[in-house]
Design a protein. Structure first.
Length: 63
């Protein structure tokens, strides 16, 4: 699902992407997160929680 794709892409950016790619990827992720907020409001808070945990180095979180 899209929410898992967001988290997986975030992991990949953090672990493997160049700084330039990270900038572009983070911009795309912001757009996708905002879209998820609009289309999947019931899952948004959990997505934000998982995204922050991923940002802090946790891996393999999923819906």
């Amino acid at each position: 699902c899209k929410l898992n794709a967001i988290l997986t892409f975030k992991e990949w950016l953090d672990d493997f992407a160049s700084e330039e790619t990270k900038k572009v990827g983070e911009k795309l992720l912001k757009k996708e997160i905002e879209e998820a907020k609009q289309k999947l409001p019931e899952s948004y808070q959990k997505l934000v929680e998982f995204y922050k945990r991923t940002d802090n180095g946790e891996r393999d979180l999923f819906f």
